[in-house]
Design a protein around this ligand. Structure first.
Ligand code: FES
Ligand SMILES: [Fe+2]
Length: 395
């Protein structure tokens, strides 16, 4: 049976599991992490979740449905599980002694006490946001800095906010085993596009079309406006019998808002509008830091036909599955053996280092220093910032 691109992604487990984890610099990176979609956390709802050893509770205000609070899951009073509580107006009420907490963590009510509610009476709050229907929380890679305001915000998509683009689908792809760095590595690994993603397939089947290939022109870039953002632009064109067909040229752009926990895939349909798909990865198994829950949510301009949206989304999933099959069995190379044409991979790694907490990266830092020593011509190298608009489609 050919693979169905809309079926759950398959990550699987591998006998070399622990040795694979050990090959990466750190299992958890600081960033925004999705914990629920709009439909799962209604106004007045409460859910519990764990990320990187932190037990958290999220609740959504009844008074202001856009207001979502994320707090330490266990009550600062005497430790009850706040996820067993209920939402009263804009506060979360503990089930034990009925203290109430606002979305900012401050105690708003102690029903049996007349004492003033000092500012120090609070639960640890975590910064959360409603990102186009995906609730995300910021978790710093450094435990000592957790609970502080996030260093950056997710960038919203204006056409989704304005209503020009509407929700077309969402999908929980289940659990997938990968190190999140692979998503960024993949974006700058320009050589693999041709070999892993260079085949035309019949829509919704994964069956290759004989004689038809896809030529990719990929450029990785760091965002000039936001140091935590990067991405790549792929100008793809079909080739039939070795001949390029310029009228089939299509441009897609992928952006990373942080280390890969929140990604955005954008695709333009000439004369019709756009598609934007948000892909999130959240470590969701305390026993295995490489097990991620993967979710998608996508929006498109109203004029783009449903079948076209499904085809592009399905193709994105099928290409992702091809990567996953490689990631499931590979290891991370601190010092990869690269050809000169692969310099974007090193540029990406320099960009990516900002997400590794410094206390966990001694081995990785040493590897980067080594790399610079063995290639003195690149010792003065700085992250390359490319204006994405300057990358014109090939004709
Ligand atoms: S344990 Fe939560 S109010 Fe007492
Ligand atoms: Fe890939």
């Amino acid at each position: 049976m050919p693979p169905d691109p809309m079926q759950p992604l398959s990550g699987g487990r591998h006998p070399l599991h622990q040795r694979q984890i050990d090959s990466y610099p750190a299992p958890f990176l600081g960033g925004w992490y999705a914990f629920a979609h709009d439909e799962e956390l209604k106004p007045g709802g409460v859910i519990a979740f764990d990320i990187d050893g932190e037990s958290l509770v999220a609740f959504r205000s009844k008074d202001s449905p856009n207001d979502v609070g994320v707090l330490d899951r266990h009550c600062p009073h005497l430790g009850a599980d706040l996820s067993q509580g209920k939402v009263c107006g804009g506060s979360l009420e503990c089930p034990f002694h009925q203290w109430q907490f606002g979305t900012d963590g401050c105690v708003t009510k102690v029903p049996y006490s007349a004492a003033p509610l000092k500012a120090s009476l609070r639960a640890r709050r975590w910064y959360a946001t409603d990102f186009h229907g995906v609730f995300c929380v910021y978790i710093d890679g450094d435990p000592a800095r957790r609970g502080q305001p996030p260093p950056y915000q997710l960038r919203r998509y204006p056409d989704v906010d304005s209503g020009d683009m509407v929700l077309r689908g969402r999908r929980d792809a289940g659990m997938l085993r990968l190190h999140i760095a692979e998503l960024a590595e993949n974006s700058a690994d320009v050589a693999h596009f041709q070999y892993l993603h260079g085949h035309m397939t019949i829509p919704f089947t994964g069956i290759r079309v004989p004689g038809v290939t896809i030529h990719h022109d990929v450029l990785w870039f760091a965002d000039p406006d936001q140091r935590e953002f990067a991405g790549f632009r792929d100008v793809a064109v079909l080739e039939v019998g070795g001949r390029r067909l310029p009228f089939t040229t299509a441009t897609a752009e992928v952006r990373f808002f942080g280390p890969g926990s929140v990604m955005q895939f954008g695709f333009a349909f000439p004369d019709l509008g756009e598609l934007v798909l948000f892909q999130t990865h959240t470590p969701s198994d305390p026993a295995d830091p490489m097990m991620h829950r993967v979710r998608f949510r996508w929006y498109a301009s109203k004029r783009v036909p449903r079948a076209l949206v499904s085809y592009v989304v399905g193709s994105w999933m099928a290409q992702l599955q091809a990567d996953i099959d490689i990631w499931a069995a590979k290891r991370y190379r601190d010092k990869p053996m690269l050809m000169p044409e692969e310099h974007q991979l090193l540029e990406m790694r320099r960009w990516y280092r900002q997400f590794y907490p410094s206390h966990r990266t001694a081995r990785h830092d040493a590897a980067v220093a080594d790399e610079l020593q063995v290639q003195p011509a690149r010792a003065g190298w700085q992250p390359v910032v490319v204006d994405a608009e300057a990358v014109a489609p090939s004709s």
